[in-house]
Each structure stands twice: as structure tokens, then as C-alpha cells.
Design a protein around this ligand. Structure first.
Ligand SMILES: [Ca+2]
Length: 376
């Protein structure tokens, strides 16, 4: 039984094997008849499922390593991450020493005597000197904003940057140039709204005309009327203004911006200077009717009229100039002491005065009616 059982089991095994061979043979024949090759993957798919095709990402080339055919391998160090850039620091600037903005005031009768109201032409101005990393001046920007014309004469307002007043002139004095070396200059004229209405490239070896007409700068071309030196209402303080009657206030119709880019900052070191040197800013008033040129005392410390008054000076923009015809000594009592000091300083550079005298403009005469002009 055991032997028969063995034979029987072996026979069943042989039978199943033959059946499977036949089945595979039939499948192969059928596939061949349908055009498949025995090596065709379709055959393989009969026995086991095909693995899923995985999307293989393209191999990234290492940017730090470049291999060129026929060339030796180049290995570059990995790039350092870019540091966060710091915002650029603005270059330092020097502002005007008295104020962010200042004024210059003139008497226009030369050799005089005038009435010493120092309002014949008044203009505000600002100065900005841009300093480079080596502490040298590399750019100068000056802006002018006219305020008052307290005289019947018309004027040109000039800036002399090379220290040499253009000739012919009653002024032959050489003064310090504004800068050393070459420069490019751009002068922009602006209207009352601050819009640029004209651009010029002035020669720097000649007087630069800031305002061709002081009356026109305040909107009264061809006029010989005083502008912004008598109040808009009646006043008892000035006999001249009383006779003229109330005068309208005229806002400036022009302003000027002058930009000077220095070609040789190395010739213009600060040398420890911490504020603008106003003696280099030679602002000259040219009186058209008399053909006289007038320097300010800040540039020419010996420029006095026959009565020992200066003709013009730089002053903080916040000061109020005297009403028409009012002597500045009446409006500012300490001016007389200051004037004496200026005369003494002309012959003795070591002369000194108390701070309150040097800042006489901080002490106007109080009371009513005021002798000072107040712009509305
Ligand atoms: Ca005047």
C-alpha cells in the first residue's frame, strides 16, 4: 500500500506537471500567434506584476564642481552665503554754523551815507557741504530764497566762488576761493512752487548771477517800489512807511539752487573744520544804477562806509529786519556795540566782545509799535 501510495502520489504529481507544461505551451503558442516574443516583457507579466515605474529626478550638477571633458577636474570652494547687505550710510554733511538756514542783508548806498535799515536786499540761503570718507569736501549745494527789497534801486545778486570779483568793478580785493581745483556747476532756477524752470552751467571763473533782478525775484520786475519792508497795515513806527501807506506782502517768485561738484576733493580737506566757513561764500550785491559792487563784512572785514557801518552781513534767517528807514541801532540796541567791535577787529584780529553783543540780533527793541518787519 505504501509502495502503491507512493506510485499513486508520484503519478498525480507527474500528471499535474504535464498539465502545467501543456498549459504554458498553449499560452506560448497563443502569444506567438499574437506576435509576442518569448523574451517579451508581456510574458513576464504573466507570472509576476511589473514593478511600478518611479520617476527619477534628474541628477543635479553640483555648481561648485565642474568637470569638462579632456580637462583636469576643477574643484572650487563652496560659495559663501551672501551676507545681508547693510543700507548705505549717507555721506556726512556740514551745515551752516549759525542756523540750518541763514540770511544776508545789505545796504545799497555806496559810499553812503545810507539809512542803515539793512533791508535793501535780504535773502535767505542754505549751504550744505557733502564730505567723503577721507573727510574732504566733494560737493557744495547752496540755495537762495529772496525775502525783501527795501530800496528803489534794482540789483544783481552775485556769488563769487574763485575769490576774484569779475572786472570792471570797484572791488579789486582777492579773497579765499570757495574750493581748490576744478569743479562742475549746475544752477537751477525754480518758480514759487519749487518747480525747476531753467537750468544753467555757469562758469566758475566769473561772477555767478544768482538773481539778475532783485525786484523781479520778488515778483515786481521793473518796479522801484520797496518790497516787504513796510507792513500790510498802517504803522506808526516808520515815517517812510506812514508816507507810503500799507504795502502788500510779496512772496518770492524765484529761488535758486547751485550745485558744485568738486573734481579734486583731495585739495579740499576739512582739516578739523566742523562748520561751514562763511568767509568763503562771497555774496556780492551789484547796484545797477550806481554800478557799485558791495561785499559783506564776513568776507571783507574792512568794508565800511564813511560812517563806519558795514554794508552787509550774514545773520540767522529767523531775524526780523528793520522797517523801511529805521536805523538798525534803533531796532537792535546792541548793534552799536557790535559795530564798534567790527571796527576794532578790522585793525586788531584779536578783538573780542561779550556773547550778547556778538549775538545782538537776539535782543530786539521791545514795545509797541515794533520797528521790525514781520512777514505775514
Ligand atoms: Ca531800505
Amino acid at each position: 500500500m505504501r509502495a502503491n501510495g507512493f506510485v499513486s502520489t508520484q503519478s498525480k504529481y507527474q500528471q499535474r506537471k504535464q498539465v502545467r507544461r501543456r498549459a504554458l505551451l498553449l499560452i506560448a503558442i497563443a502569444l506567438l500567434m499574437n506576435g509576442c516574443q518569448p523574451s517579451d516583457p508581456a510574458l513576464t507579466s504573466l507570472s509576476r506584476p511589473a514593478p511600478k515605474q518611479m520617476a527619477v529626478p534628474p541628477k543635479k550638477e553640483d555648481p561648485a564642481i565642474k568637470i569638462e571633458p579632456g580637462e583636469p577636474v576643477k574643484v572650487e570652494p563652496p560659495a559663501k552665503p551672501n551676507p545681508i547687505p547693510e543700507p548705505p550710510k549717507p555721506p556726512p554733511e556740514l551745515k551752516f554754523g549759525i542756523d540750518d538756514m541763514a540770511a544776508v542783508a545789505f545796504e545799497d548806498l555806496m559810499p553812503g551815507p545810507g539809512d542803515w535799515d539793512f533791508n535793501d536786499f535780504v535773502t535767505n540761503f542754505s549751504i550744505t557741504e557733502r564730505i567723503n570718507g577721507e573727510k574732504q569736501v566733494e560737493k557744495i549745494t547752496i540755495e537762495f530764497f529772496p525775502r525783501a527789497v527795501g530800496g528803489s534801486y534794482d540789483h544783481k545778486f552775485l556769488l563769487v566762488v574763485n575769490g576774484h570779483k569779475s572786472q570792471p568793478s570797484n572791488i579789486g580785493l582777492l579773497t579765499k576761493p570757495l574750493f581748490e581745483g576744478g569743479a562742475d556747476a549746475l544752477l537751477s532756477r525754480l518758480d514759487a512752487d519749487g518747480r525747476v524752470i531753467g537750468v544753467e552751467s555757469p562758469r566758475l571763473d566769473q561772477d555767478i548771477v544768482i538773481f539778475p533782478s532783485t525786484h523781479a525775484a520778488l515778483g515786481a520786475p521793473g518796479s522801484n517800489a520797496v518790497i516787504n519792508t513796510c507792513p500790510t497795515t498802517s504803522t506808526l513806527a516808520s515815517p517812510t512807511c506812514r508816507s507810503l501807506g500799507p504795502q502788500p506782502f510779496l512772496p518770492a517768485q524765484q529761488s535758486v539752487r547751485l550745485e558744485i561738484v568738486l573734481k579734486e576733493p583731495g585739495k579740499n580737506p576739512l582739516n578739523g573744520r566742523t562748520k561751514v566757513d562763511t568767509s568763503k561764500y562771497r555774496m556780492v550785491l551789484h547796484v545797477k544804477e550806481t554800478r557799485k559792487d558791495i561785499d559783506i563784512i564776513d568776507v571783507d572785514p574792512k568794508n565800511f562806509d564813511a560812517n563806519h557801518y558795514p554794508y552787509g552781513f550774514i545773520i540767522p534767517q529767523s531775524w526780523k529786519w528793520p522797517l523801511e528807514g529805521i536805523n538798525i541801532g534803533v531796532a537792535y540796541p546792541l548793534f552799536e556795540n557790535y559795530r564798534q567791535y567790527l571796527n576794532e577787529r578790522a585793525s586788531n584780529p584779536q578783538a573780542r566782545v561779550p556773547p550778547e553783543v556778538e549775538k545782538w540780533f537776539l535782543s530786539p527793541r521791545l514795545g509797541s509799535p515794533s520797528p521790525l518787519y514781520s512777514a505775514p
